[in-house]
Write a protein that binds this ligand. Sequence first.
Ligand SMILES: Cc1ncc(COP(=O)(O)O)c(C=O)c1O
Length: 364
Amino acid sequence: MIPMVDLKVQYEALREEILKQITDVLESSRYILGPKVEELEKSIAGYHGVKEAVGVASGTDALNLSLKALGIDKDDEVITTPFTFFATVEAIIYQGARPVFVDIDPETLNIDPEKIEERITDRTRAIMPVHMFGQPADMEKIGEIASRYNLFIVEDCAQSFGAHIRGRKTGSFGDAGCFSFYPSKNLGAYGDGGLITTDNEMIAGKMRVLRNHGSEKGYIHHAIGLNSRLDEIQAAVLLVKFKRIDRYLSLRREKARFYTEQLGSIVQCPQEREGFYHVYHQYTIKSPVRERIKSYLYEGGISSVVYYSIPLHLQEALTGLEYRRGDFPVAERTSLEVLSLPIYPEISESALEKVCEAVRKAVA
Ligand SMILES: Cc1ncc(COP(=O)(O)O)c(C=O)c1O
């Protein structure tokens, strides 16, 4: 079977270095918030051109802690996309705030900036764009709207490590950028992990306190926080992979280019807008015969996944928000047509060819 992602090949290539780094941590007896986390935070802040990075326990917590540090509270509204992973809205709801959805752009699959303004009310406090599948959302337009209405921006960068717009990285546009190090992510740990980037030192200070039970030191607590700390072993693994991240991303882009050349005329392939550097966490096609493509792939021994088959406004857990079918037609149609194909830096050209061959047969 050709898998969606093969984490073992990368581990094998890095095994010696990773095991050495992990052994260093084990022998240091510093297991939580030690020097590796600090080194990772400094390196990733530098990579993004921001002053601060705060390591946390997961991408979900990065979102939670960002909203909390910015003071998002009950009765507030946060604008986001209905076409994303569930964690994006969970974080909003955890603050007691209301997610307000805005439909997506059918080409980029990201929140449509042209439709944001009509959803702004006097309760709106923040916009939460998601850089879906590694494609940067239109941060130039979103930034302009946020500053006009004095709103915070919390970027969900769980899928977009290293993506940029004209050189400016996702995670450096907003008040906070939230990253996930879930193992299959472009920069993945060997367990859960996450990180927040911010250029605001005061907000970063709050996040550092909140990730540790609202405590700065000793057993003195300034706020209600969480236990959400990145551990040293994960940071050690991430440092090894981070050194190579730009090469991994350009390999992903090479594989994506191959797919687009082969499939561009028969299905809708990811669109790269001028100046937008897509990092292909997923390579996601759209086709009205998605189910047929999926079964041809399956029969050819090839994995594929539908991210996401139900847009968030139609999820059972969110019926209390009182959205209806038809409210976000582009997201609804997209959920019926998307299919993500295998992609990872080490995937072979013969595997890519097999995938393309099966897609061609399915649409013939
Ligand atoms: C768009 C998006 N947001 C948030 C998350 C949550 O990240 P984590 O799994 O690290 O909590 C994910 C991860 O799957 C994601 O894809």
